[in-house]
Design a binder for this molecule. Structure first.
Ligand code: 13P
Length: 250
């Protein structure tokens, strides 16, 4: 059995002062877990988060990075800039970026490759919308996101990637996928990776569930055979709730 990887995605929340308070409260609450704990914080909180978590079991991630190492890309952050700060992970292709900022499978791939080249570990998000699920297109959408979004990611590189299956209809809505829905979708996703990379690589790949995961439903979701962890939004903003998710399956 793999240990779980529990990542908080703070999205656009927490000032530096608020981040300090949250991280300080969180450190002792998760210190003794066998699971991997990651917090993906806003760019402005990264320095503070890296400094506060040094010597603890909490890893720090960013929420996006650009595909170029430098240049005229106003408002973007290069992977090497994150690496220099001591950041280890980076969320790529979150559905909010796909919806509001024009992220496509091609840009997801470019950002993922750049992150890998800078020795960051990408947390790559995929997932279908409600309309896509209701019209029977879930498998088609997930297949496209994986085929196009991982096109030239090698098997060696995939070992440093985490995939987050986040059905868009479950994000921030309070509607969670059932344990079975999450597991079935992740099984399907793993099957595509198995076809492309072989069963061993697919079995070793960490695939998280994300979408209204909280301290009440985490135990059931994380007990499912294919759910290797969680990517948590709202509930990661409260130390006690996030810690309860971290400890939900040990
Ligand atoms: P919520 O947990 O707030 O639904 O957000 C999930 C998510 O988008 C994590 O990336």
């Amino acid at each position: 059995m793999k240990n779980k990887i529990i990542a908080g995605n703070w999205k656009m929340n927490k000032t530096r002062a608020e981040a300090e308070a949250l991280i300080t409260e969180l450190i002792p609450l998760v210190a003794d877990t066998p699971n991997t704990v990651i917090i993906c914080v806003p760019f402005t909180d990264l320095c503070k988060a890296v400094k506060l978590t040094r010597g603890t079991n909490i890893h720090v991630g960013a929420q996006n990075c650009h595909w170029k190492e430098s240049g005229a890309f106003t408002g973007e952050i290069a992977p090497s800039m994150l690496k220099e700060l001591g950041v280890e992970y980076v969320v790529i292709g979150h559905s909010e970026r796909r919806t509001y900022f024009g992220e496509t499978d091609a840009t997801v791939l470019a950002r993922t490759k750049a992150a890998l080249n800078a020795d960051l570990k990408p947390i790559v998000c995929i997932g279908e919308t409600l309309a896509e699920r209701q019209s029977g297109k879930m498998e088609e959408v997930l297949t496209r996101q994986i085929i196009e979004g991982f096109e030239d990611v090698t098997a060696e590189e995939l070992q440093r990637v985490i995939v987050a299956y986040e059905p868009v209809w479950a994000i921030g809505t309070g509607v969670t996928a059932t344990d079975e829905q999450a597991n079935d979708a992740i099984k399907f996703v793993r099957g595509i990776f198995a076809r492309n990379y072989g069963q061993d690589v697919a079995d070793a790949l960490y695939i998280q569930y994300g979408g209204s995961m909280n301290d009440g439903n985490a135990k059931g979701l994380l007990a499912m055979s294919d759910v290797d962890g969680g990517l948590i939004g709202g509930a990661s903003l409260v130390a006690t709730k996030f810690a309860a998710i971290v400890h939900a399956h040990e």
